[in-house]
Design a protein around this ligand. Structure first.
Ligand SMILES: Cc1cc2nc3c(=O)[nH]c(=O)nc-3n(C[C@H](O)[C@H](O)[C@H](O)COP(=O)(O)OP(=O)(O)OC[C@H]3O[C@@H](n4cnc5c(N)ncnc54)[C@H](O)[C@@H]3O)c2cc1C
Length: 430
């Protein structure tokens, strides 16, 4: 009760807090004092919070909004000011749309999203499956999308430190020292700083395993090139990967990505894909293509340690077949925010509660990794187009997975067995 009074007093001093504050035990006295008048420690100024969230992509903003809505004081720290660019296909699946609505109360609207139900599955440019009534895929530009999520986290009460450079990460206390000398400290640190996470590097020495990481290249093309809103996935565009064509409101995104170790020359595959889809672009050297890493199914079994939780790409939570990462980023961010609230209420160990919540996502990624072996492995890959062409229901299954209508575990053994059998038939030429 005493703690609750303190929390409500604290809420009254901040601008956009919700009144449904939780009772958060005895940590808030110092927080209140610190936030009103940061402490001077030698020549450094120290700010204390309940939670520090490093990175404000979908994962970080989800963590921040969840914790801030529950009444915690949250610092949301990013190296960039928003809006900022983020290389991504911007495909928002049905699963992502559900989490977006649940966590951010944001629904797809025409300003931010272009929805399409037209889908084509291709292999090296040839159509192998097509649907005009596919589950809707929303496509967005990450610059605007991430800025909107960030804005909502701030409106819920998160205090922004951006753009800032973080010079030191202490994962024990935990605290961050900014390049300008300010020190931010808290009870919980959430590492939401993407595939090349500095928090993961502080914990494990490196952010990802080079043998397992994915890499993608993309270009934004002029929307006036076509008024066709068909979404395309080309499973033959790169080994252990694929190409994509995602129409947006003001542009069309063409990209190729996959496992980096299997595609040392991703540029070559990208140029081939571009030649197929945009042959009219005579001077291709002038096209500005960009690349980025993504953890393509290589997740951390225990993402964090002590008071530090990793979320989204920093925890490797990307679908190993589709490359979808936004849904799990938002969901894991939400989980970490909830765990922060619980930890401060009950003084329990955050990792146990976080692992419990992540179990479903980890199981999904583990099953998808096994199915990926059958889709992408070199000896069977060449039979894949024929198999899909002969079995239109495989395209529908792929889309149902993408939309979140079914999960990998539901399909699991049935799909593995069916794909194996169909590939066997195709290989025997029957
Ligand atoms: C080419 C490509 C295409 C993709 N297409 C899709 C798609 O169509 N659909 C889909 O669902 N997923 C897609 N993904 C995956 C998706 O982009 C990621 O899974 C998702 O962005 C993860 O969100 P996040 O919040 O964990 O990390 P991010 O979105 O990467 O956000 C990390 C944030 O941390 C900040 N940051 C990083 N380092 C620091 C630091 N040291 N200090 C302070 N701040 C820092 C960054 O500025 C950024 O704001 C794609 C990925 C790639 C590479």
């Amino acid at each position: 009760m005493k703690g609750q009074k303190r929390l409500l007093a604290h809420n009254a001093t901040t601008t956009s807090r919700r009144p449904n504050a939780l009772c958060v035990s005895n940590l808030l006295v110092s927080t209140i004092t610190d936030r009103r008048s940061p402490k001077q420690e030698g020549c450094f100024v120290k700010h204390s919070f309940d939670v520090l969230v490093l990175g404000s992509g979908p994962a970080g903003s989800a963590a921040a909004i969840t914790a801030a809505r529950s009444g915690l004081s949250v610092a949301l720290i990013d190296k960039s000011a928003f809006p900022r660019e983020k290389l991504c296909g911007g495909g928002i699946t049905g699963r992502s749309a559900r989490y977006m609505a649940e966590i951010f109360e944001l629904c797809p609207d025409r300003n931010l999203f272009l929805g399409s139900t037209r889908f084509r599955l291709a292999f090296e440019g040839s159509t192998i499956g097509e649907m005009a009534d596919a589950p809707v895929l929303q496509m967005t530009m990450r610059r605007e999308f991430d800025a909107e999520l960030h804005r909502r986290a701030v409106a819920a009460g998160a205090q922004v430190f951006a753009p800032v450079k973080v010079s030191t990460i202490n994962t024990e206390t935990p605290s961050l020292t900014l390049a300008d000398g300010r020190i931010l400290s808290s009870r919980i640190l959430i590492g939401a700083d993407g595939a090349n996470s500095a928090v993961a590097r502080s914990l494990y020495g490196r952010a990802f395993d080079p043998a397992e990481i994915g890499f993608g290249l993309e270009v934004e093309l002029d929307r006036s090139l076509t008024d066709d809103n068909t979404v395309e996935i080309d499973l033959g565009a790169a080994p252990w990967g694929y190409g994509w064509k995602f129409p947006k409101n003001d542009s069309i995104t063409l990209g190729v990505g996959g496992l980096h170790a299997k595609n040392p020359d991703m540029q070559a595959y990208f140029r081939k894909y571009l030649a197929l889809h945009a042959p009219h672009l005579r001077d291709k050297s002038r096209i500005r293509c960009k690349g980025a890493f993504l953890p393509f199914g290589a997740y951390r079994k225990v993402p964090g340690r002590g008071p530090v939780l990793l979320v989204g790409d920093a925890a490797g939570l990307v679908d190993p077949i589709t490359g979808e990462g936004i849904a799990w980023a938002m969901r894991s961010g939400q989980f970490a925010g909830e765990v922060a609230v619980r930890t401060l209420q009950t003084n329990t160990r955050p990792m146990d509660a976080y692992m419990e919540r992540l179990r479903y996502i980890h199981r999904e990624i583990a099953v998808a990794r096994r199915i990926r072996m059958l889709i992408y492995a070199t000896p069977v890959r060449r039979y894949f187009p024929r198999t899909v062409e002969r079995n239109p229901s495989m395209t529908r299954s792929y889309l149902r997975l993408l939309s979140g209508e079914v999960d990998y575990h539901d399909l699991g053994h049935k799909v593995l067995w069916r794909i194996a059998r169909q590939l066997g038939v195709a290989a025997l030429g029957r």
